[in-house]
Design a protein around this ligand. Structure first.
Ligand code: DX5
Ligand code: ZN
Length: 220
């Protein structure tokens, strides 16, 4: 099933409540929330308080992407803040399995993320544990970057893995440079959840979300 997850990184932060509510009214399926620590990625965004602030404003699931060194230090905060799904980068921790277990033990969905330079084989042993795999289709840290087409082979590899393993039950998400031109190839490769920040906010929200959904569904 196609799910469009606008990234609030491209929202107007002085009008965040308005933008969150507009996204829900415009047909977004999830809200993608980018947490950047200025260490794992060369940029900072915001912390768990913003997730707590958004929680009562919307019924949408909160898809929280931690671009943070040693994310296990903050998992509890993001659980308490009301995240529905918490994703940690395979490259950011020595204890990936433990981090994912911490999230699952709290009854929250857990996801693993891989950077463009990280192969699928690196996360193979955690695939039976996760609810979502996020394939970065840009180098993380900034919105508005250009989609890297070579990442599609990883999406296809994950889709084939899921097909071949009865114990694999995860959605495949793509993040970075997803727009009306790039989404079809992602859907064809097997992605289910599509993060779109700059594209969604560069026009009428409902029209853009609808355009993305239609392109993804047609490509399947
Ligand atoms: C990048 C973030 C993305 C970002 C996507 O580090 O993880 O979620 O907001 O932005 P666009 O859709 O503009 O590439
Ligand atoms: Zn993201």
């Amino acid at each position: 099933m196609t799910q469009i997850a606008p990234s609030i990184l491209s929202a107007d932060f002085m009008n965040l409540q308005r933008d969150v509510q507009n996204l829900e009214a415009a047909g977004a399926d999830l809200l993608h929330i980018d947490i950047m620590d200025g260490m794992f990625v060369p940029n900072m965004s915001f912390g768990a308080q913003v997730v707590s602030g958004i929680r009562p404003l919307t019924q949408l699931g909160l898809d929280v992407h931690l671009m943070v060194e040693q994310p296990e230090r903050y998992i509890e905060q993001f659980i308490t803040a009301g995240s529905d799904l918490i994703m940690i980068h395979a490259e950011a921790t020595e204890h990936l399995y433990r981090g994912l277990q911490m999230i699952k033990d709290a009854g929250v969905k857990a996801g693993v993320v891989i950077n463009p330079g990280t192969p699928v084989s690196y996360i193979e042993s955690v695939l039976p544990l996760v609810d979502q795999v996020l394939v970065m289709t840009v180098n993380p840290g900034f919105g508005g970057q250009k989609f890297i087409p070579a990442m599609l082979t990883k999406v296809a590899e994950l889709a084939a893995y899921r097909e071949a393993h009865a114990d694999a039950d995860f959605t495949i998400e793509v993040d970075g440079g997803v727009n009306d031109q790039t989404i079809a190839a992602c859907a064809k490769a097997g992605a289910d959840v599509f993060v779109a920040g700059s594209y969604t906010f560069a026009g009428d929200l409902a029209t853009r979300i609808e355009t993305l959904k239609k392109a993804a569904n047609e490509a399947r």
